[in-house]
Design a protein around this ligand. Structure first.
Ligand code: GDP
Ligand code: MG
Length: 182
């Protein structure tokens, strides 16, 4: 963990949220940053990134969270989106088999463009509030294990797991030597 408090407040981590269109990337970010949920959220008004501060064990860490404003529809993001990202949240929708099946694509793109090889990756199975999930927790867990990712199931709608997901990710980044220091 970081030692000097002055340093910690200056630390800004770049967090990326990737995954298929419609899985709830923007909703997860807005739930985390503003604690709101909009069922009518529109991809066209999606923000590019939001800055917030998180308190982990009395250390203040600034986060720049990068969301996609619809580019992911084309199943590809620009290399600059990935550049310098220290934490990557890869999202699928537990009620969409297709979104889970496309995870391999996102991992491949990540491996190609993410400039930090030791960036911390987290898999988030979103929309667990939805009745009739089609992807089991076990499937998500196995995928995460295989790709050395943290794993959590969440709901941007009910806020279950959302705070915890970001905290876990940030803690892991801070525990990774050389990943966050200037
Ligand atoms: P994005 O394209 O990945 O950014 O997905 P959005 O955040 O725009 O969400 C797509 C749709 O799924 C919207 O209608 C959201 O209201 C809805 N949604 C997002 N997260 C959840 C969730 O946890 N539960 C439910 N039931 N709906 C969600
Ligand atoms: Mg979005």
């Amino acid at each position: 963990m970081p030692g000097n408090e002055g340093e910690n407040t200056l630390t800004t981590l770049k967090i990326l949220i990737i995954g298929e269109s419609g899985v709830g990337k923007s909703s997860l970010m807005l739930r985390f940053v503003d604690d709101t949920f909009d069922p009518e959220i529109s991809a066209t008004i999606g923000v590019d990134f939001r800055v917030t501060t998180i308190n982990i064990d009395n250390n203040f860490v600034k986060l720049a969270i990068w969301d996609t404003a619809g580019q992911e529809r084309f199943r590809t993001l620009t290399p600059s989106y990935y550049r310098g990202g220290q934490g990557i949240i890869c999202v699928y929708d537990v009620s969409s088999r297709a979104s889970f099946d496309k995870l391999g694509h996102w991992i491949a793109e990540l491996d190609t463009y993410c400039t930090k090889s030791d960036a911390v990756k987290m898999l988030v199975g979103n929309k667990i509030d939805v009745e009739g999930r089609v992807v089991t927790r076990e499937e998500g867990l196995q995928f995460a294990k295989k790709h050395k990712m943290l794993f959590i199931e969440a709901s941007a709608k009910t806020r279950e797991g959302v705070q915890f997901a970001f905290e876990e990710l940030i803690e892991k980044i801070l525990q990774t030597p050389g990943l966050w220091e200037a």
